[in-house]
Design a protein around this ligand. Structure first.
Ligand SMILES: C[S@@+](CC[C@H](N)C(=O)[O-])C[C@H]1O[C@@H](n2cnc3c(N)ncnc32)[C@H](O)[C@@H]1O
Length: 213
């Protein structure tokens, strides 16, 4: 995220413990979501969310989405021919909205409540991290994908520029986890954040695509 004016988190602030039951403040026009006074999601990001969803749906298999927010990415994902859509969300109010939303989607949706750090170890083996063989047809089933879009919950994890954030913090971790450098690709897109946006002020956004092999 590119910093605009005032800092979003005060020095040393950590919202992680209280985030789950803090009120989910969707505004009347459903264009902004605030939690604990933080600007979490805004509808002007729609083209960017659609870009992330298009990448995540491109393998056509199961998708694990992390961070439901305003359902912008999730709704776009549901417009693609994916197999299953599992969604992890830690805030109670956002999760309640996810459960309602899930009832009317065209694909199987599995809402999972909690911090992804706690939920991911409970996922079934090989559901999102392995390659599978379809036994009856002996064909490969479509590969699973992950769409990760959470929100920093503390001053320590807040980042001030999306491009530096990805290059300096995410890429080294991906390489350490075993991903190959030539399988980490990025595209940029033009975007127009409104002047009043408190968390982003740059005119481009970056869509990363990380392939396993
Ligand atoms: C920026 S919003 C996601 C926006 C969403 N992609 C959309 O299209 O509307 C981030 C969401 O991630 C949730 N979140 C933040 N940290 C999380 C964590 N560690 N585990 C699970 N959910 C988290 C927040 O409560 C929030 O709903």
């Amino acid at each position: 995220m590119s910093s605009a004016a005032a800092p979003i988190f005060s020095k040393g602030e950590d919202c992680k413990t209280n985030w789950h039951d803090a009120s989910a403040g969707y505004d009347e026009t459903d264009t902004h979501l605030e939690i604990m006074g933080k600007p979490v999601m805004e509808r002007w990001e729609t083209p960017y969310m659609h870009s992330l969803s298009t990448v995540a749906a491109s393998k056509g298999g199961r998708v694990l989405e992390i961070g439901f927010g305003m359902a912008i990415a999730a709704t776009k994902l549901e417009s693609y021919p994916i197999e299953e859509h599992w969604i992890i969300e830690c805030n109670d109010g956002v999760f309640a909205r996810l459960e309602e939303w899930a009832k009317v989607q065209p694909h199987k949706v599995v809402p999972l409540k909690g911090l992804w750090e706690n939920v991911v170890p409970t996922l079934p083996d090989n559901h999102f991290d392995g390659e599978e063989q379809n036994r009856s047809s002996r064909c490969r089933t479509p590969e699973p994908s992950i769409l990760y879009d959470t929100y920093p919950l503390s001053e320590e994890t807040w980042h001030t520029h999306q491009f530096d954030f990805i290059k300096e913090t995410q890429v080294p971790s991906l390489l350490q986890a075993g991903f190959k450098k030539d399988k980490i690709r990025t595209t940029t897109m033009d975007i127009a954040p409104p002047a009043e946006c408190k968390y982003y002020a740059f005119n481009k956004m970056i869509t990363p695509t990380i392939l396993k092999d």
